[in-house]
Design a protein around this ligand. Sequence first.
Ligand SMILES: [Zn+2]
Length: 157
Amino acid sequence: MGWTDERTELMQKLWQDGLSASQVARQLGGVSRNAVIGKVFRMGLQRGAPSRPTRAVKVRPERPARPLRNPQPRPPRVSPPMVARYVDETPGIATPSTIGAHMCRWPIGDPTHDHFTFCGRGSDVGPYCVEHAGVAYQPRTQKTSAANLARSLRRYL
Ligand SMILES: [Zn+2]
């Protein structure tokens, strides 16, 4: 019995349903297991799941592309002009446990981190030393930008 279009289609469906060649042959009737295998090969049929050769072809082109991204690590995003303007971000001399009544309470660093300190110098103007009072008591717009600057600097600490 030959391969009519109808039988070829049925064979194709059974094969892709996952039946073995001998099961397909039995379902069709009139053909041997070898005839089914031969037909499958000639048609280049594949099962639903991707076969190994297909996968290997997919993976290989991706590999050379990956190392190309790595040789240039991103430089840390620190903006030198901003750091230079904000000279007081060196650690203070007081910690939350040693800060006293007449010490500058200007916070330095991130309060959620261990290295958080206060300026700790003598407080001459309110709770701050002269230098920090100058920052703290600036006109509103400048104070806001100073606060923004401090916030953006914390991200780099
Ligand atoms: Zn201070």
